[in-house]
Design a protein around this ligand. Structure first.
Ligand SMILES: [Zn+2]
Length: 100
């Protein structure tokens, strides 16, 4: 059982959801209501956020290059336009598109 850092009362593990609907757990002191999130809980919620929105799209051949079709929802969200210049940043696990 985890002890509260403020009053050393017993802490209960509870679950809640972020405004985005991502579930997370945290500890709440039964005595004074102090709430904390430990590293394990933090990593869990970070991982859920990472996989929250994933878009699977197919590449299509465009001359010698490959074109990536960006879903309408993302076009609107990031205010993308035809001919707009974006940057592609190569990373260890993939490519990151910087839109601004
Ligand atoms: Zn407490």
């Amino acid at each position: 059982m985890r002890k509260c850092t403020e009053c050393s009362g017993s802490m209960q593990q509870l679950k809640a959801k972020t405004p985005e609907g991502v579930e997370y757990s945290y500890f709440k002191c039964l005595k004074d209501g102090e709430e904390i999130v430990d590293m394990k809980q933090l990593h869990e919620v970070a991982e859920r956020y990472r996989t929250l929105k994933k878009y699977n799209v197919k590449l299509s051949k465009w001359g010698l290059s490959l074109g990536l079709r960006i879903p309408k929802e993302l076009v609107e969200k990031y205010k993308l336009k035809n001919e707009k210049e974006v940057s592609i940043v190569p990373e260890k696990t993939g490519l990151r598109i910087i839109t601004s």
